[in-house]
Write a protein that binds this ligand. Sequence first.
Ligand code: PLP
Length: 387
Amino acid sequence: MHPISKAIRIHTDRTNEMEHSSPMFLTSSFCFDNSEDMRAAFADETDDNIYSRFSNPTVQEFVDRMVALEGAEAGYATSSGMSAIFASFMALLKKGDHLLSCNAIFGSTHTVITKILPKFGIEYTYVPADKPEEWEKAIQPNTKMFYIETPTNPGLEIVDLEAASNVCKKHNLLLNVDNCFATPVNQRPIDFGADLVVHSATKWIDGQGRVLGGVIVGKKALIHDIYLFCRSTGPALSAFNAWVLSKSLETLDVRMERHGGNALQLAKALEGHPKIKWLKYPFLASHPQHRIALKQMKNGGGIVCFELAGGLQSGKKFLDNLKMLSLTANLGDTKSIASHPASTTHAKLTEQERLAVNITPGLIRISVGLEHVDDIISDIRQALENC
Ligand SMILES: *Cc1c(COP(=O)(O)O)cnc(C)c1O
């Protein structure tokens, strides 16, 4: 069965009511018939559910669907994307290890790598996402993992998954990929050799701006270590959020097709606009890594970004001029969203620090929603007029 069909048909055990949509197991713990069954479950001799911090049938349904979509062996779901990313580091790296990471990564991931991991004696080196020839030079004898995000948030840089996997195989490193922007219906990093894939399920996977969630999928032995870490430290996904996210996966493929279609049309409509210095979309021929995007992605995803010719002040003006698009910190919603990283998410950095991670003063990120594309284009066009 195609992974998309498989994911849709995966279903937790039906109750006696034989419901067609999955039930939700909103319970903290699970009962045993007798002491021997309980002993065996605690001894890991069976995979019976014990307590929802460890496992829960609704959460497992969401995980099983993600595993099917990503072509993975196993997975574990967490309360947010950040707890998934943090668990993937803490479970698999230890004091004295070195993490290689691309520099263009999500802001909070950057904070974890530069401020939190060093407290535990885990070193890091950043390498440029678009220069594979520089990756190998940064590898040290104690390097254990290569962490990448592709496409990157917010700059839409594309990291060559095949090249990353080749470097990791040669030097025996784990390849850990944040696949949040593409989603598994557009890109499957494991097919290119990734060992682990992490997600913020909060974004396109929910796709409707309702709940936080995260998930890690990959090789069985690695996921087992992550499971043991999470089971004790407690970043479990709630059953309610898992139920919402699992249902969302049934429409992920059709949603992403429309998000991608709308985004491509928007990108084409805006490219060359006099108020725009440059525009980036992975499936436009003008994107610097367009060939790599075509190699590893099925469509260009739902994010378009561009640099306003007028810089920082124009960025704020542009947001104020919008009539339909929302100003909010999320992305991957049915409703289109505009953001200006230099005055919001990245405002605490110095201009120099922002430029080092490609956050230019007039950078605008559009999360293209499911409204009619004509309305999205005309709102952005009118907002560009006097900024
Ligand atoms: C939002 C995001 C995260 C963090 O996810 P949360 O669910 O907000 O914790 C990680 N990576 C990327 C690329 C993101 O966009």
